[in-house]
Design a protein around this ligand. Structure first.
Ligand code: TRP
Length: 327
């Protein structure tokens, strides 16, 4: 029997290269060796967007379109919306009951987001419970593995703790302790060398046109010590070079290293060359994206929710029995 995977993303609209390298390419590659459940975490989005949730619907369609265009295959994986499977919330309720307040209050992502995210009031009851719902998302499918970016590690750790507590309290190993699956790729920084993020507007979107890409790559920061063409550069500290190592063929990357270290080609040309590489990398995704209609997506999400729900409701039956509810 194949092992199980669950992962999810909050609907933020069109995805960017950071999502692709940090998660999505990994999701696609795992589809044959695992039984996969991939979801749009709309309840999680509401936790931070509750004041102005308009746009969540469109963002959900756009994100699923990008999932499909990148290679998530509804014949292999269940692709669904979190809120279409209410069992996530039921299990989150049980997990809320058994999780000591200190565990969520001390969660490093919680403290960081309260500090960093401005212009939104995140001091709500729901937002404190963010990782509890995430734990329920995973456990309700008894997932063994969770492909995520490194930023999600604290949530996975908390998930394992909550599951351990559940299994101990109710004396049954109902839920496996899930392992993270991280990508081997180095993390892609944004155009300005900060974390690539929608809110910093420092990303290349999967939908960007070759023209937009050339403009954005042109703004990227290279080796600051390389001022003139004749200065020898240090590719290992150059953000553009990291992008080469991620998206270009090894021989092309080796050539770029020589251009730089041998002071043979300027950063401007090197970037122009790279924008062609990334444009053709994204071309098939862009083409496929344009062909997927909302009604295709509705069908896929409907079937995905059906498959997800049949698994999740079985788990909830077992949970109800264990906690001695009348079923
Ligand atoms: N918190 C995740 C993120 O921000 C999204 C998410 C919600 C998730 N539920 C999940 C990821 C369950 C993995 C498993 O990216």
């Amino acid at each position: 029997m194949k092992k199980r995977i669950l992962s999810g993303m909050r609907p933020t609209g069109r995805l960017h290269l950071g999502h692709l390298v940090g998660a999505l390419n990994n999701w696609v590659g795992l589809q044959d060796s695992y039984e996969c459940f991939y979801m749009v975490a709309d309840w999680h989005a509401l936790m931070s967007e509750y004041e102005d949730p308009k746009g969540l619907r469109e963002a959900t369609y756009e994100m699923v379109r990008d999932f499909l265009a990148t290679g998530l295959d509804p014949n292999k994986s269940a692709i669904f919306i979190q809120s279409h499977v209410p069992e996530h919330l039921e299990l989150a309720m049980v997990f809320s009951d058994i999780t000591p307040l200190g565990w969520v209050e001390r969660c490093p992502t919680y403290k960081e987001q309260l500090r960093e995210i401005k212009g939104r009031d995140l001091t709500t009851y729901g937002f404190l419970g963010y990782p509890i719902l995430q734990a329920a998302d995973i456990a309700v499918y008894k997932a063994n593995s969770v492909p995520v970016g490194v930023d999600q590690i604290p949530h996975l750790e908390l998930t394992r703790e909550v599951i351990r507590r559940f299994n101990t309290l109710y004396k049954k190993n109902l839920f496996p302790e899930p392992e993270p699956i991280l990508t081997s790729r180095p993390k892609l920084l944004g155009l300005d060398n900060r974390k690539m993020s929608k809110s910093y507007a420092n990303y290349i979107a999967l939908s960007d046109t070759p023209k937009e890409i050339e403009k954005k790559v042109g703004q990227m920061i290279t080796d600051p010590a390389r001022i003139k063409l004749t200065d020898k550069g240090h590719p290992d500290i150059c953000n553009v070079f990291t992008y080469y190592t991620t998206f270009a063929k090894p021989e092309v990357t080796a050539e770029a290293r020589q251009w730089c270290e041998g002071a043979k080609l300027g950063c401007t040309e090197c970037k122009r060359n790279f924008s062609k590489i990334i444009s053709s990398y994204l071309e098939p995704i862009r083409t496929k994206h344009e062909k997927i209609t909302n009604s295709d997506i509705d069908d896929i999400l409907h079937n995905g929710a059906k498959k997800a729900k049949s698994n999740a409701s079985k788990t909830m039956q077992e949970v109800r029995q264990l906690i001695d509810f009348v079923i």
